[in-house]
Design a protein around this ligand. Structure first.
Ligand SMILES: Nc1ncnc2c1ncn2[C@@H]1O[C@H](COP(=O)(O)OP(=O)(O)O)[C@@H](O)[C@H]1O
Ligand SMILES: [Mg+2]
Length: 388
């Protein structure tokens, strides 16, 4: 059981005094024992480099990596007792599944008997439901089965940490969803602290205890899936997390007695001050709406702005539809439930409840007001908008 800390960790490739690449920039993250951390961000933001520094495959230029409070910077990868699972499964082709699973246990410094190893291999194979395949060679396995064996090799030793680098990226969509649920279950079952890299926000929101969102090597936010969805620290996080993309419009804000008045082109509406945590001291804001927070017809909140749109495209997704339209504010995307009868060329009026509106400072792009979860909504909203 291990608490993992990154303390002001920086990694520069090349010469720091010349034009070195700052892959990770002063990153501090504290992962409690047993937690599932997801490192999320666009390609090139420093996720893999961070994971490799945790695993000991890369040395930080600056800062400390700690396991249970002890600095491990000088400890070699093979002595850190971490298990890594990568995108390419890297099984030994000439060994059977059983031999692949047991390989880590047969190392010289291990004093387990052949019988004990056999028992453990069977246990893990059963846990991953691949017990029928133990005598097969990797070439005889499907992609999903291979990835299960790779996972099995990681968990068989009960390491201090699991490190995953986009382990599901090569699998097709439906298998990816099944496997991510299995990884999630497996991790909570064995309770081993984990760091998991992905650029897929949906995967991050479903699997993480906490998500660290990186951009250009810098931490943008560290929070639970609910926190990063409802209270994104800044515009970058708001645009990276959630699907379909958030609608964003320029607006101005002015103060009333007990409310902020928001103006966007031809519409205005009020946000009661009790819905805003801190004083808003700027005039220019970016106003954000999640597509799933826009309602139409009789469900339309009366205290929000009415936005009239000409429907361009309706994309049905099961019982809901994503509607793309053009409005006086610009393009608008809504995710609506009762979409039958709405078609391209129609006029649609949508509105949003003031508590669901996001406000960002137009200059700093920092969050001024997040999405409040209120009694107006039925049921939980944490995964609302996560399933595309
Ligand atoms: N070995 C390396 N040498 C030079 N630059 C590297 C090396 N590894 C990564 N980088 C650079 O560091 C940055 C972060 O890379 P990486 O950690 O792989 O990002 P991610 O995993 O988020 O896609 C990128 O600009 C990448 O080009
Ligand atoms: Mg990577």
């Amino acid at each position: 059981m291990t608490r993992l800390e990154l303390d002001s960790v920086t990694k520069v490739f090349g010469d720091p005094d010349q034009d070195g690449v700052v892959a990770v920039d002063d990153l501090s993250i504290d992962v409690p024992d047993g937690d599932f951390l997801v490192l999320l961000g666009p390609s090139g933001c420093g996720k893999t480099t961070t994971l490799r520094m945790i695993g000991g495959l890369e040395n930080p230029t600056d800062g400390e990596v700690k396991f249970d409070g002890t600095v491990v910077n000088d400890i070699k990868a093979r002595n850190r007792d971490v298990a890594m699972v990568f995108q390419d499964f890297a099984l030994y082709p000439h060994m059977t599944v059983g031999e692949n699973l047991g390989f880590g246990l047969r190392r010289e410094d291990n004093d387990m008997s052949d019988e004990q190893i056999e028992t453990r291999v069977t246990e893990v194979a059963e846990m991953l439901e691949i017990e029928e395949l133990v005598n097969n060679k990797p070439a005889q396995l499907s992609g999903g089965q291979k990835q299960r064996v790779a996972l099995g090799r990681a968990i068989i030793r009960e390491p201090r940490l699991f490190l995953f680098d986009e382990p599901l990226a090569n699998l097709d969509a439906s298998l990816r969803k099944t496997m991510r649920t299995e990884i999630d279950e497996l991790q909570s079952e064995v309770g081993i602290t984990s760091a998991y890299v992905t650029h897929n926000q949906e995967e991050a929101l479903t699997i993480a205890d906490r998500i660290a969102i990186l951009d250009e090597g810098q931490l943008q936010q560290l929070g639970t899936p609910d926190e990063v969805f409802n209270e994104p620290a800044n515009l970058f996080v708001a645009q990276f997390v959630g699907s379909p993309d958030m609608n964003l419009f320029d607006g101005t804000v002015s103060e009333r007695d007990d409310a902020y008045r928001i103006e966007m082109d031809a519409v205005d509406f009020e946000i009661p001050k009790r819905l805003v945590d801190a004083e808003i001291e700027t005039d220019d804001v970016l106003v954000g709406f999640r597509p799933q927070d826009l309602y139409q017809g009789a469900n339309r909140p009366r205290d929000g702005p009415d936005i009239e749109a000409d429907v361009r495209v309706v994309e049905p997704v099961g019982t809901e539809a994503i509607v793309h339209g053009s409005s006086f504010l610009g393009d608008v995307t809504a995710k609506v439930g009762d979409f039958h009868g709405i078609g391209s060329g129609d006029q649609l009026t949508v509105s949003i409840a003031p508590e669901h509106v996001y406000l960002f400072d137009a200059t700093t792009e920092e969050l001024l007001k997040g999405r409040l979860v209120t009694e107006r909504e039925e049921g939980a909203v944490s995964t609302d908008g996560v399933e595309a």
